[in-house]
Design a binder for this molecule. Structure first.
Ligand code: SAM
Length: 369
């Protein structure tokens, strides 16, 4: 869903800053390869064959897709896909960028990661490793664990109290929000999945205000609690954000935000994926479109409705002919809504952006009570 909604292009760089087994980069690579294959007029099923990969496909993996994880065991799947013995998956602590220079001078580290690091360095906006120029970021950092080290907290606006002093501790996912935004160029877009409380807790309203201040909230897609089962069963939502770009997409007030909530999980009670009957020439297993494709009425569920929303709103990364009737039908079918930021701010004091809660009619009723 995230990849379909952000629609990475062949000429765009992407990074996952808490990559684990690289689910986001791998799906991004598949998405871009599918485009390349379509561009050449070839059969989509060639995506999964063992034929020699084209130079364009290998270049994309080698030059544009990156990942970072502080766990050395995190599988370096990008390397397998590129198949050329190099890796753009780097063993670094994303939040503690102040110490990257120490790491990148360590011989045993450079033995493995120097090629990837050389390429990542080219995407830097400044030498201190804080800001980068990525087009796209997708990540789901872990929720558990607070950061207590004042040295790290001091580097983040969200790590400080209103008067500037450091917080005693702060949720790791909160620092990741700010850090992830630093990886993006102006106009860059990201998808992250913070825990549900960040979308509606009154005490976290400052985080939502921080997000909305210099960026556009594109969409919130509520995910079911079993989405990450069996590893975790925490309720979360996917949050889609784009940085304003003074030249190409200057800030506008009162823009619409897309809200939808997942209704079918695609997982059984033990967290195993439920598959569709085998499809395609090669009979690949396809996970039931868990983002609400009940009865086969939409191919891509929430992502499909968002694409229509984006076309109407002129979001350049999802162009194409706009079909208003389709947009309205999808919104209704998926119980999705489009709500202006100004309405959210005026009709909902704590500026909650929880997709299960934020329904226009709901806000209006609450306002009447
Ligand atoms: C929930 S997993 C991500 C799963 C991933 N999307 C996948 O496809 O497997 C979170 C990952 O974040 C990594 N992580 C947590 N804190 C980190 C940090 N400060 N810097 C880099 N990676 C971190 C963990 O090691 C873990 O692999």
């Amino acid at each position: 869903m995230c990849v379909k909604m952000l629609n990475p292009r062949e000429d765009e760089t992407m990074i996952d800053t808490a990559s684990g087994s690289c689910g986001f980069p791998v799906h991004t690579i598949f998405h871009v390869r599918e485009r390349i294959i379509a561009d050449k007029g070839l059969d989509k099923n060639r995506l999964f064959t063992f034929e020699k990969k084209s130079a364009r496909r290998v270049d994309y993996v080698n030059e544009k897709a990156f990942a970072v994880d502080f766990d050395e065991k995190a599988a370096r799947t990008l390397n397998l896909i590129a198949g050329d013995g190099q890796t753009n998956v780097l063993h670094l602590n994303t939040l503690d960028y102040e110490r990257w220079d120490e790491r990148t001078k360590d011989g045993s580290w450079t033995d493995i990661y120097s090629e990837g690091w050389k390429k990542l360095k080219k995407t830097r906006a400044a030498k201190d490793n804080r800001a980068f120029t990525f087009d796209i970021l997708m990540a789901n950092p872990p929720f558990a664990g607070d950061i207590k080290e004042s040295r790290i907290l001091a580097k983040y606006d969200l790590g400080r109290k209103a008067k500037g002093a450091c917080q005693n501790e702060i949720g790791r996912d909160i620092l990741f929000i700010e850090r992830n935004l630093d990886f993006l160029r102006p106009g860059g877009r990201m998808a992250i999945a913070p825990p549900q409380g960040r979308f509606n807790n009154s005490s976290d309203a400052y985080i939502r205000a921080f997000l909305a201040e210099l960026r556009r909230i594109l969409a919130v897609a509520g995910l079911r609690g079993d989405t990450f089962k069996p590893r975790a069963s925490t309720k979360t939502s996917a949050l889609f954000v784009q940085k304003w770009d003074e030249k190409r997409r200057p800030k506008v007030e009162g823009y619409p935000i897309f809200f939808a909530a997942m209704q079918e999980s695609g997982k059984d009670n033990s967290g195993d994926k439920i598959h569709e009957p085998l499809q395609g020439k090669h009979g690949h297993l396809i996970v039931r479109r868990d983002l609400f494709n009940r009865g086969g009425e939409t191919r891509d569920g929430i992502a499909e409705a968002f694409v229509e929303f984006a076309k109407k709103d002129g979001l350049s990364f999802l162009g194409g002919p706009f079909d208003d009737a389709k947009r309205k039908a999808l919104l209704e079918y998926l119980e999705a809504s489009e709500i202006r930021l100004s309405e959210l701010l005026s009709e909902n004091e704590r500026f909650g952006i929880d997709a299960e809660f934020v329904k226009k009619e709901y806000l209006q009723i609450i306002n009447l009570l």
